[in-house]
Design a binder for this molecule. Sequence first.
Ligand code: APR
Length: 347
Amino acid sequence: MMKTAWETLLSIGSEGGVLELKGRLTEDGWYFRRVVSDMEEGSRRFSAEGSDEDGLALLDDYAWLSLYPLYVDNKITTAVRKRVLFHRYRNESAFSAWIESTFPEDDWEAAKLVNWILTSGSTVVLTGAGMSTESSLPDFRSKEGWWKNIDPRTVASTEALSHHYDLFHSFYKARLDNLDQASPHNGHRALANWEKYGRIDAVATQNVDGLHQAAGSQTVYELHGSIRRFRCHQCGEELPRSTFIEKEACSCGGRIRPGVVLFGEMLPAEAWEPAMEKMERSDLSIVIGTSLEVYPANQLPAVTRGRTAYINKDIQTGAGDFDLVIRGNAGEVLTTMNTYMDEVLME
Ligand code: APR
Protein backbone atom coordinates (compact mmCIF):
# COMPACT_ATOMS: atom_id res chain seq x y z
CA MET A 1 0.00 0.00 0.00
CA MET A 2 1.80 3.13 -1.25
CA LYS A 3 1.60 5.89 1.37
CA THR A 4 3.50 9.15 1.54
CA ALA A 5 4.40 10.67 4.87
CA TRP A 6 2.08 13.25 6.40
CA GLU A 7 2.99 16.70 5.09
CA THR A 8 1.81 20.14 6.16
CA LEU A 9 -0.34 21.67 3.42
CA LEU A 10 -1.59 24.72 5.29
CA SER A 11 -0.44 26.32 8.51
CA ILE A 12 -2.34 29.19 10.16
CA GLY A 13 -1.32 31.26 13.14
CA SER A 14 -3.68 32.54 15.82
CA GLU A 15 -3.33 33.76 19.42
CA GLY A 16 -4.13 30.28 20.69
CA GLY A 17 -1.45 28.51 18.65
CA VAL A 18 -1.21 27.02 15.19
CA LEU A 19 -3.95 25.40 13.14
CA GLU A 20 -2.63 23.00 10.51
CA LEU A 21 -4.02 20.97 7.67
CA LYS A 22 -1.85 17.95 6.99
CA GLY A 23 -2.19 15.64 4.02
CA ARG A 24 -1.00 12.24 2.95
CA LEU A 25 -1.31 10.77 -0.54
CA THR A 26 -2.22 7.09 -0.87
CA GLU A 27 -3.34 4.89 -3.74
CA ASP A 28 -6.99 5.83 -3.20
CA GLY A 29 -6.40 9.54 -2.91
CA TRP A 30 -5.54 12.21 -0.36
CA TYR A 31 -6.19 11.84 3.36
CA PHE A 32 -6.42 15.08 5.33
CA ARG A 33 -5.92 15.66 9.03
CA ARG A 34 -6.57 18.79 11.07
CA VAL A 35 -4.03 19.46 13.80
CA VAL A 36 -4.50 22.23 16.36
CA SER A 37 -1.15 23.32 17.73
CA ASP A 38 0.60 20.02 18.38
CA MET A 39 -2.53 18.16 19.50
CA GLU A 40 -3.92 15.84 16.86
CA GLU A 41 -7.66 16.30 16.75
CA GLY A 42 -8.65 13.24 14.86
CA SER A 43 -9.00 12.93 11.16
CA ARG A 44 -11.70 11.91 8.80
CA ARG A 45 -10.78 9.68 5.87
CA PHE A 46 -11.50 11.05 2.41
CA SER A 47 -12.07 8.71 -0.48
CA ALA A 48 -10.14 9.01 -3.74
CA GLU A 49 -12.65 11.61 -4.99
CA GLY A 50 -11.90 13.57 -1.85
CA SER A 51 -10.72 17.03 -2.95
CA ASP A 52 -8.67 19.85 -1.48
CA GLU A 53 -11.99 21.53 -0.67
CA ASP A 54 -12.86 18.53 1.52
CA GLY A 55 -9.57 18.98 3.34
CA LEU A 56 -10.17 22.71 3.83
CA ALA A 57 -13.66 21.92 5.18
CA LEU A 58 -11.88 20.28 8.14
CA LEU A 59 -10.79 23.79 9.16
CA ASP A 60 -14.20 25.40 8.86
CA ASP A 61 -14.96 25.01 12.55
CA TYR A 62 -12.48 27.91 12.82
CA ALA A 63 -12.76 31.33 11.14
CA TRP A 64 -9.42 30.45 9.62
CA LEU A 65 -9.55 32.99 6.78
CA SER A 66 -9.67 35.77 9.38
CA LEU A 67 -6.48 34.42 10.98
CA TYR A 68 -2.99 34.66 9.48
CA PRO A 69 -1.42 32.22 6.99
CA LEU A 70 2.00 30.94 8.03
CA TYR A 71 2.48 28.47 5.17
CA VAL A 72 0.44 27.55 2.06
CA ASP A 73 1.76 24.56 0.13
CA ASN A 74 1.44 24.97 -3.63
CA LYS A 75 -0.46 21.66 -3.80
CA ILE A 76 -3.43 23.35 -2.09
CA THR A 77 -3.01 26.94 -3.36
CA THR A 78 -5.80 26.78 -5.97
CA ALA A 79 -8.35 25.57 -3.41
CA VAL A 80 -7.20 28.21 -0.89
CA ARG A 81 -7.37 30.93 -3.58
CA LYS A 82 -11.02 30.08 -4.22
CA ARG A 83 -11.80 30.54 -0.48
CA VAL A 84 -9.79 33.77 -0.32
CA LEU A 85 -11.50 35.28 -3.37
CA PHE A 86 -14.99 34.67 -1.98
CA HIS A 87 -14.27 35.69 1.62
CA ARG A 88 -15.67 38.98 2.92
CA TYR A 89 -12.66 40.33 4.82
CA ARG A 90 -13.31 42.83 7.58
CA ASN A 91 -9.65 42.89 8.56
CA GLU A 92 -7.50 44.52 5.87
CA SER A 93 -4.23 43.05 7.16
CA ALA A 94 -5.59 39.47 7.16
CA PHE A 95 -6.92 40.12 3.63
CA SER A 96 -3.50 41.30 2.44
CA ALA A 97 -1.76 38.40 4.21
CA TRP A 98 -3.92 35.78 2.45
CA ILE A 99 -3.64 37.53 -0.94
CA GLU A 100 0.14 37.76 -0.58
CA SER A 101 0.40 34.11 0.52
CA THR A 102 -1.60 32.68 -2.36
CA PHE A 103 -1.04 34.93 -5.42
CA PRO A 104 2.05 36.02 -7.36
CA GLU A 105 3.27 39.46 -6.25
CA ASP A 106 2.52 41.07 -9.65
CA ASP A 107 -1.12 40.03 -9.27
CA TRP A 108 -1.84 41.11 -5.68
CA GLU A 109 -3.94 44.17 -6.59
CA ALA A 110 -5.71 42.35 -9.42
CA ALA A 111 -6.58 39.48 -7.05
CA LYS A 112 -7.85 41.95 -4.41
CA LEU A 113 -10.12 43.54 -7.02
CA VAL A 114 -11.45 40.09 -8.02
CA ASN A 115 -12.32 39.52 -4.33
CA TRP A 116 -14.09 42.89 -4.20
CA ILE A 117 -16.12 42.01 -7.33
CA LEU A 118 -17.02 38.54 -6.00
CA THR A 119 -18.10 39.96 -2.62
CA SER A 120 -19.95 42.95 -4.10
CA GLY A 121 -23.74 43.00 -4.39
CA SER A 122 -23.61 45.43 -7.31
CA THR A 123 -20.66 46.54 -9.42
CA VAL A 124 -20.58 49.26 -12.08
CA VAL A 125 -17.68 49.99 -14.43
CA LEU A 126 -16.82 53.39 -15.95
CA THR A 127 -14.48 53.30 -18.94
CA GLY A 128 -12.68 55.88 -21.07
CA ALA A 129 -10.48 56.00 -24.14
CA GLY A 130 -7.71 54.09 -22.35
CA MET A 131 -9.97 51.05 -22.62
CA SER A 132 -9.63 51.18 -26.43
CA THR A 133 -5.95 52.01 -27.01
CA GLU A 134 -5.10 48.27 -26.93
CA SER A 135 -7.60 48.00 -29.79
CA SER A 136 -5.40 50.49 -31.70
CA LEU A 137 -7.72 53.47 -31.16
CA PRO A 138 -5.83 56.56 -29.92
CA ASP A 139 -7.03 58.17 -26.72
CA PHE A 140 -7.24 61.96 -26.35
CA ARG A 141 -4.87 63.28 -23.70
CA SER A 142 -1.94 60.86 -23.73
CA LYS A 143 1.15 61.99 -25.60
CA GLU A 144 -0.04 60.22 -28.77
CA GLY A 145 -3.71 61.18 -28.21
CA TRP A 146 -6.02 63.12 -30.52
CA TRP A 147 -5.84 66.37 -28.55
CA LYS A 148 -2.03 66.53 -28.65
CA ASN A 149 -2.16 68.16 -32.11
CA ILE A 150 -5.78 69.31 -32.35
CA ASP A 151 -7.76 71.72 -30.20
CA PRO A 152 -10.96 69.70 -29.56
CA ARG A 153 -13.13 72.81 -29.81
CA THR A 154 -12.11 73.26 -33.46
CA VAL A 155 -13.38 69.81 -34.50
CA ALA A 156 -15.56 68.27 -31.78
CA SER A 157 -17.96 71.13 -31.04
CA THR A 158 -21.30 72.38 -32.38
CA GLU A 159 -19.41 75.51 -33.44
CA ALA A 160 -17.13 73.37 -35.64
CA LEU A 161 -20.16 71.50 -37.01
CA SER A 162 -21.90 74.75 -37.96
CA HIS A 163 -18.97 76.88 -39.15
CA HIS A 164 -16.08 74.53 -40.08
CA TYR A 165 -17.93 71.52 -41.47
CA ASP A 166 -15.01 70.36 -43.68
CA LEU A 167 -12.68 70.20 -40.64
CA PHE A 168 -15.43 68.59 -38.54
CA HIS A 169 -16.13 66.03 -41.28
CA SER A 170 -12.49 65.09 -41.91
CA PHE A 171 -11.87 64.60 -38.15
CA TYR A 172 -14.77 62.19 -37.70
CA LYS A 173 -14.08 60.48 -41.03
CA ALA A 174 -10.50 59.80 -39.82
CA ARG A 175 -11.88 58.33 -36.60
CA LEU A 176 -14.33 56.16 -38.54
CA ASP A 177 -11.48 54.88 -40.73
CA ASN A 178 -9.58 53.97 -37.52
CA LEU A 179 -12.65 52.26 -36.16
CA ASP A 180 -12.96 49.99 -39.20
CA GLN A 181 -9.62 48.41 -38.18
CA ALA A 182 -10.51 48.08 -34.48
CA SER A 183 -11.93 45.10 -32.60
CA PRO A 184 -12.47 44.43 -28.90
CA HIS A 185 -9.53 43.06 -26.88
CA ASN A 186 -9.54 40.52 -24.03
CA GLY A 187 -10.23 43.27 -21.52
CA HIS A 188 -13.54 44.09 -23.22
CA ARG A 189 -14.31 40.38 -23.32
CA ALA A 190 -13.48 39.96 -19.62
CA LEU A 191 -16.02 42.65 -18.67
CA ALA A 192 -18.65 40.99 -20.89
CA ASN A 193 -17.79 37.63 -19.27
CA TRP A 194 -18.26 39.00 -15.75
CA GLU A 195 -21.61 40.50 -16.73
CA LYS A 196 -22.62 37.05 -18.02
CA TYR A 197 -21.61 35.58 -14.63
CA GLY A 198 -23.81 38.24 -13.00
CA ARG A 199 -20.77 39.94 -11.43
CA ILE A 200 -21.07 43.28 -13.26
CA ASP A 201 -24.34 45.22 -13.50
CA ALA A 202 -23.40 47.73 -16.19
CA VAL A 203 -20.63 49.46 -18.08
CA ALA A 204 -20.92 53.25 -18.38
CA THR A 205 -18.54 54.34 -21.09
CA GLN A 206 -17.26 57.66 -22.40
CA ASN A 207 -16.20 55.82 -25.55
CA VAL A 208 -18.22 56.06 -28.73
CA ASP A 209 -16.57 53.10 -30.47
CA GLY A 210 -19.09 50.41 -29.51
CA LEU A 211 -16.31 47.94 -28.56
CA HIS A 212 -17.96 46.93 -25.27
CA GLN A 213 -21.12 45.86 -27.13
CA ALA A 214 -19.02 44.18 -29.83
CA ALA A 215 -17.35 42.13 -27.05
CA GLY A 216 -20.76 41.02 -25.75
CA SER A 217 -21.55 43.47 -22.94
CA GLN A 218 -25.33 43.85 -22.77
CA THR A 219 -25.90 46.80 -20.42
CA VAL A 220 -23.74 49.62 -21.77
CA TYR A 221 -24.49 53.30 -21.13
CA GLU A 222 -22.90 55.39 -23.89
CA LEU A 223 -22.47 58.64 -21.99
CA HIS A 224 -20.92 60.39 -24.99
CA GLY A 225 -23.13 58.75 -27.62
CA SER A 226 -21.93 56.59 -30.50
CA ILE A 227 -19.86 57.28 -33.59
CA ARG A 228 -21.62 54.34 -35.24
CA ARG A 229 -24.93 56.21 -35.47
CA PHE A 230 -25.64 59.27 -37.67
CA ARG A 231 -28.40 61.88 -37.72
CA CYS A 232 -29.40 65.21 -39.22
CA HIS A 233 -28.27 68.03 -36.91
CA GLN A 234 -31.35 70.01 -37.91
CA CYS A 235 -34.31 67.60 -37.89
CA GLY A 236 -32.74 64.75 -35.94
CA GLU A 237 -33.60 62.08 -38.52
CA GLU A 238 -31.43 58.95 -38.17
CA LEU A 239 -29.47 58.42 -41.39
CA PRO A 240 -27.12 55.71 -42.71
CA ARG A 241 -23.34 56.08 -42.32
CA SER A 242 -22.87 56.47 -46.11
CA THR A 243 -24.76 59.80 -46.10
CA PHE A 244 -22.18 61.19 -43.65
CA ILE A 245 -19.18 59.65 -45.41
CA GLU A 246 -20.38 61.04 -48.78
CA LYS A 247 -20.98 64.46 -47.14
CA GLU A 248 -24.62 64.44 -48.28
CA ALA A 249 -27.18 66.86 -46.83
CA CYS A 250 -30.39 65.77 -45.15
CA SER A 251 -33.59 66.12 -47.20
CA CYS A 252 -34.48 68.97 -44.82
CA GLY A 253 -31.24 70.68 -45.81
CA GLY A 254 -29.58 70.06 -42.45
CA ARG A 255 -26.01 68.83 -41.95
CA ILE A 256 -25.38 65.16 -41.14
CA ARG A 257 -23.29 64.34 -38.04
CA PRO A 258 -22.26 61.27 -35.98
CA GLY A 259 -24.34 60.52 -32.88
CA VAL A 260 -21.55 61.60 -30.52
CA VAL A 261 -21.89 64.24 -27.79
CA LEU A 262 -20.02 67.34 -28.98
CA PHE A 263 -18.39 69.79 -26.58
CA GLY A 264 -21.13 72.08 -25.35
CA GLU A 265 -23.89 69.51 -25.79
CA MET A 266 -25.86 67.75 -23.06
CA LEU A 267 -25.25 64.05 -22.37
CA PRO A 268 -28.10 61.76 -23.50
CA ALA A 269 -30.48 61.36 -20.53
CA GLU A 270 -31.17 57.74 -21.51
CA ALA A 271 -27.51 56.97 -20.76
CA TRP A 272 -26.68 59.46 -18.01
CA GLU A 273 -29.64 58.82 -15.71
CA PRO A 274 -29.37 55.03 -15.37
CA ALA A 275 -25.59 55.30 -15.10
CA MET A 276 -25.86 57.80 -12.25
CA GLU A 277 -28.56 55.76 -10.52
CA LYS A 278 -26.59 52.50 -10.75
CA MET A 279 -23.40 54.22 -9.58
CA GLU A 280 -25.21 55.66 -6.56
CA ARG A 281 -26.44 52.20 -5.57
CA SER A 282 -23.26 50.30 -6.33
CA ASP A 283 -21.15 48.53 -3.70
CA LEU A 284 -18.19 48.82 -6.06
CA SER A 285 -17.30 51.07 -8.98
CA ILE A 286 -14.31 50.27 -11.18
CA VAL A 287 -12.93 53.15 -13.29
CA ILE A 288 -10.79 52.06 -16.23
CA GLY A 289 -8.71 54.00 -18.77
CA THR A 290 -9.84 57.57 -18.27
CA SER A 291 -8.10 60.79 -17.27
CA LEU A 292 -11.29 61.83 -15.45
CA GLU A 293 -10.78 65.32 -16.90
CA VAL A 294 -14.16 65.66 -18.57
CA TYR A 295 -17.30 66.76 -16.75
CA PRO A 296 -19.82 65.36 -15.90
CA ALA A 297 -18.62 61.76 -16.45
CA ASN A 298 -15.77 62.44 -14.03
CA GLN A 299 -18.33 63.01 -11.26
CA LEU A 300 -19.64 59.45 -11.39
CA PRO A 301 -17.01 57.70 -9.22
CA ALA A 302 -17.65 60.15 -6.39
CA VAL A 303 -21.35 59.21 -6.14
CA THR A 304 -20.59 55.53 -5.51
CA ARG A 305 -21.73 54.58 -2.02
CA GLY A 306 -19.33 51.63 -1.91
CA ARG A 307 -15.68 51.05 -2.71
CA THR A 308 -13.89 52.49 -5.74
CA ALA A 309 -11.05 51.09 -7.83
CA TYR A 310 -9.03 52.74 -10.62
CA ILE A 311 -7.15 50.88 -13.37
CA ASN A 312 -5.09 53.27 -15.49
CA LYS A 313 -1.80 53.46 -17.38
CA ASP A 314 -0.83 56.82 -15.87
CA ILE A 315 -1.90 57.55 -12.34
CA GLN A 316 -2.71 61.25 -12.12
CA THR A 317 -3.43 63.36 -9.08
CA GLY A 318 -6.86 62.59 -7.67
CA ALA A 319 -6.21 58.86 -7.94
CA GLY A 320 -5.65 59.06 -4.19
CA ASP A 321 -9.42 59.23 -3.71
CA PHE A 322 -9.73 55.62 -4.87
CA ASP A 323 -9.75 52.71 -2.43
CA LEU A 324 -7.61 50.61 -4.80
CA VAL A 325 -5.38 51.87 -7.63
CA ILE A 326 -3.84 49.53 -10.21
CA ARG A 327 -1.32 51.12 -12.56
CA GLY A 328 -1.26 49.16 -15.82
CA ASN A 329 -2.76 48.46 -19.22
CA ALA A 330 -6.48 47.80 -19.00
CA GLY A 331 -6.38 44.77 -21.29
CA GLU A 332 -3.54 43.15 -19.39
CA VAL A 333 -4.95 43.81 -15.90
CA LEU A 334 -8.45 42.65 -16.84
CA THR A 335 -7.04 39.52 -18.50
CA THR A 336 -5.13 38.64 -15.31
CA MET A 337 -8.28 39.22 -13.26
CA ASN A 338 -10.29 37.12 -15.68
CA THR A 339 -7.90 34.19 -15.23
CA TYR A 340 -8.69 34.13 -11.50
CA MET A 341 -12.38 34.83 -12.06
CA ASP A 342 -12.62 31.87 -14.45
CA GLU A 343 -10.64 29.67 -12.01
CA VAL A 344 -13.31 30.14 -9.34
CA LEU A 345 -16.48 30.59 -11.43
CA MET A 346 -16.02 27.91 -14.10
CA GLU A 347 -17.63 24.78 -12.62
N1 APR B 1 -4.76 51.00 -20.19
C1 APR B 1 -5.11 51.80 -19.15
N2 APR B 1 -5.12 53.16 -19.24
C2 APR B 1 -4.76 53.70 -20.42
C3 APR B 1 -4.38 52.92 -21.55
C4 APR B 1 -4.39 51.51 -21.39
N3 APR B 1 -4.05 50.68 -22.38
N4 APR B 1 -4.10 53.75 -22.57
C5 APR B 1 -4.28 55.01 -22.10
N5 APR B 1 -4.67 54.98 -20.81
C6 APR B 1 -5.04 56.09 -19.94
C7 APR B 1 -4.27 57.35 -20.17
O1 APR B 1 -3.13 57.35 -19.30
C8 APR B 1 -5.28 58.42 -19.76
O2 APR B 1 -5.19 58.69 -18.36
O3 APR B 1 -6.39 56.40 -20.25
C9 APR B 1 -6.62 57.78 -20.03
C10 APR B 1 -7.32 58.34 -21.25
O4 APR B 1 -7.68 59.66 -20.93
P1 APR B 1 -8.25 60.60 -22.10
O5 APR B 1 -7.40 60.49 -23.29
O6 APR B 1 -8.50 61.95 -21.48
O7 APR B 1 -9.64 59.94 -22.48
P2 APR B 1 -11.01 60.04 -21.67
O8 APR B 1 -10.74 60.19 -20.22
O9 APR B 1 -11.85 58.92 -22.10
O10 APR B 1 -11.61 61.41 -22.25
C11 APR B 1 -12.93 61.73 -21.87
O11 APR B 1 -12.86 63.56 -23.43
O12 APR B 1 -12.39 64.44 -25.50
C12 APR B 1 -13.38 63.92 -24.73
O13 APR B 1 -15.30 62.91 -25.56
C13 APR B 1 -13.94 62.67 -25.35
O14 APR B 1 -14.87 60.76 -24.21
C14 APR B 1 -13.74 61.61 -24.27
C15 APR B 1 -13.61 62.43 -23.01
